[in-house]
Design a protein around this ligand. Sequence first.
Ligand SMILES: Nc1ncnc2c1ncn2[C@@H]1O[C@H](COP(=O)(O)OP(=O)(O)OP(=O)(O)O)[C@@H](O)[C@H]1O
Ligand SMILES: [Mg+2]
Length: 301
Amino acid sequence: MRRGHGCTADRGRRVRTVTCLRMTFVMAALYVPGHEHYAVDSLVGTPDGTGALGMTGEPLVVLDKVNKHFGDLHVLQDIDLTVHKGEVVVVIGPSGSGKSTLCRAINRLEPIGSGTITLDGVPLPAEGKELARLRAEVGMVFQSFNLFAHKTVLDNVMLGPVKVLKKDKASAERRARELLDRVGIAEQADKYPAQLSGGQQQRVAIARALAMDPKVILFDEPTSALDPEMINEVLDVMTALARDGMTMVVITHEMGFARKAANRVVFMDGGRIVEEAEPHEFFSHPRSDRAKDFLSKILSH
Ligand SMILES: Nc1ncnc2c1ncn2[C@@H]1O[C@H](COP(=O)(O)OP(=O)(O)OP(=O)(O)O)[C@@H](O)[C@H]1O
Ligand SMILES: [Mg+2]
């Protein structure tokens, strides 16, 4: 099955110019080949019941009327969003539109004012052990990698499984080496983060997130701190994860990735979800004036 609409180097370059404008896209994608329009329920079913790309189509992350203020700023306004198992959702929108706050709310790095967020049917706990367990189920990959500088690559990946999941060291190491191999840096296992390129460090961060066997991984502009030649190596790893059925919410300004790997694009502006659609539909026929305006600025660069 076809999983995207392909991207060109031109598109990639065009997208990167958006960074200069300090605009970002959050893209979410639920990919089901052969369907022109975004319609989650119709996208996920297959005769064997597993769904396209291994998706089951069950709701995994559900935000219902979520509101949040920072003082007078109404940063999240009545956010309704459902991310289904196996779905890749790309979130895009201008700087300050609330994309990072939305991501941080999903693993409760930011408390919300009202509304509910559930993960696999369970409301987000407020604090304590339950919250720690939930955080283990929600992986997060940031722009700035956030690796422990004084630990080796291998130790960075093993740390969570050993300390939080209480795995024994031998099995944690075996799994960490497998994951480093999966993201293409097995040979860097004994180095320290500072000895790696930015792209390699971000791939360590992805391996570290995967080591916790999360139900969903949230990516907040994972490539925006990288030199251009390193962006693709990280996007390739993310695209492979998407193909393997990982549930992902991705804030990015890489439109090529959105077109290729996302099932759904969510466009935010001013703390609201203004529009959401299957990528081809969104990029070809944006419905709202704000999305049209946003895209026209991007496409003019
Ligand atoms: N801890 C905070 N305290 C007060 N205001 C905040 C805080 N964090 C974010 N904001 C404000 O909330 C708004 C949304 O911020 P957020 O980081 O979610 O935007 P964003 O869409 O991720 O932007 P960018 O594309 O620049 O990363 C911004 O106006 C920001 O200044
Ligand atoms: Mg942000």
